[in-house]
Write a protein that binds this ligand. Structure first.
Ligand code: NIG
Ligand code: FE
Length: 406
């Protein structure tokens, strides 16, 4: 039993009244990597206090749940800086993709990279996220698009979780783009995913969910549906890149499958909002991609809010549309670009992000029974996490009860 005393706790627990579910002069008791007790220090049961083997002074610092980045493409080879320059001289993201660049150029670099170099480059991108208090992350495949490379990406993602202090949830995104060897044969590629790659991924236990890119430059609604049926038959939950560049009705489809999340959503219409609300699917907003692609159409925030759809925020870390390795910057952008409140933004990288990863029973709030994952901040109020730009006030991270100073 270890005690953390004298902190201001932004529990993000909706059953704790008030903004951020805050508890002033709070204490957290940690046992077996979990939160055994949390509340006002003055109310700490004497029995717990007497069993403490260590006491840590939080010195009035704010404590939040460990941050959760619930949508990333962290593992990939190469970069797309040259494409960035092309876009600056007038080409659009879609034009580059249709000309065989975009995702396909990263596929080429990823296929050519061995597991160790994929691991090393992903670790370099993970480190700045961890340095901002991230304790859980989702990582997708989707730059292999063949069996061997998709499996390699997912193994690298699992290895990151084994070797670094972070909980990793993986998503199989074989349906990210049509690979060159299936040019003009998207249906045949989906058949191949269903008969060959998905079974291999699922039998190796390498995916926690199945994702797809439903878009004019990705896959049709029907192709997505076939993949989702195969995923569901294998007991794998689904999520979807939906309504990023056009309204394909992807969110409605995802809701039929009780998807964990529908992500991007700039082009989401009222029917999609309603479907997400009815299914309890999390809307994951990705302000980094919105910013980097200079999107001007805003996701329907007010409608999502009004319908009670849980909103999460993530980096979408990837080389093409969001080369972002700061979740704190995403909090700022979620507030400034999307007009979320700092409280909504923080819920978006804690409680709601946990739900998007089906980790909500064990993560996402500071509550009894949940993992002892928390971030300790040198700030005066939680809004500072979203307010400051390019400044990292993290004092220390505690993951599974163990402290790692920044
Ligand atoms: O989330 N939209 C599809 N996938 C990624 C971008 C992938 C890429 O351009 O490499 C996204 O934005
Ligand atoms: Fe993405």
């Amino acid at each position: 039993m270890e005690l953390w005393l004298g902190g201001r706790l932004a529990t993000m627990d909706p059953t704790v009244a008030g903004p951020y579910g805050a508890i002033e002069d709070g204490a957290i008791a940690v046992e077996d990597r979990r939160i055994a007790w949390i509340g006002r220090a003055a109310e700490l049961p004497g029995e717990l206090a007497s069993r403490a083997t260590a006491r840590h002074d939080l010195a009035d610092r704010w404590v939040t749940p460990g941050l959760i980045d619930c949508h990333t493409h962290l593992v990939y080879g190469g970069d797309r800086a040259a494409e960035f320059e092309l876009r600056l001289s007038g080409a659009t993201y879609e034009q580059i993709a249709r000309a065989g660049g975009g995702i396909r150029s990263t596929v080429k670099a990823t296929r050519a990279a061995d597991a160790d170099s994929l691991f090393a480059s992903a670790r370099d991108r993970l480190k700045p996220l961890l340095a901002e208090g991230v304790t859980s992350i989702e990582i997708k495949s989707g730059y292999g698009l063949d069996r061997e490379t998709e499996l390699r990406m997912l193994r690298v993602a699992r290895r990151l979780g084994n070797e670094l202090p972070v909980t990793v949830r993986t998503s199989f995104l074989g349906a990210h783009a049509v690979p060159p060897e299936f040019d003009g044969r998207a249906d045949a590629y989906i058949d191949f995913l269903i008969s060959d790659v998905l079974p291999a991924v699922s039998e190796a236990g390498l995916a926690d969910s199945v994702d797809a890119f439903c878009e004019t430059i990705g896959f049709t609604l029907l192709q997505t549906k076939r993949l989702f049926e195969a995923a569901t038959a294998r007991g794998l939950p689904v999520r979807l890149h939906a309504e990023q560049l056009s309204d394909m009705k992807g969110a409605v489809l995802a809701s039929h499958f009780k998807a964990l999340s529908a992500d991007h959503l700039e082009w989401l219409e009222a029917d999609g909002v309603e479907a997400l609300a009815a299914a309890g699917t999390v809307a994951v907003l990705l302000p980094g991609a919105y910013y980097f692609l200079r999107e001007t159409k805003l996701p329907p925030i007010a409608a999502l809010r009004q319908a009670g759809v849980p909103i999460a925020i993530a980096t979408d870390c990837n080389p093409g549309s969001s080369p972002v390795t700061s979740l704190l910057l995403m909090l700022s952008m979620a507030c400034t670009l999307f007009r979320l409140t700092p409280g909504e933004a923080l819920a978006g990288v804690t409680r709601h992000a946990a739900k998007a990863l089906a980790l909500d029973d064990s993560h996402g709030t500071l509550s009894v029974g949940k993992a002892a994952d928390f971030a300790i901040w040198d700030i005066e109020r939680p809004a500072e996490l979203a307010y400051r730009i390019g400044f990292n006030p993290l004092y220390a991270t505690v993951r599974a009860g163990r402290s790692t100073t920044r």
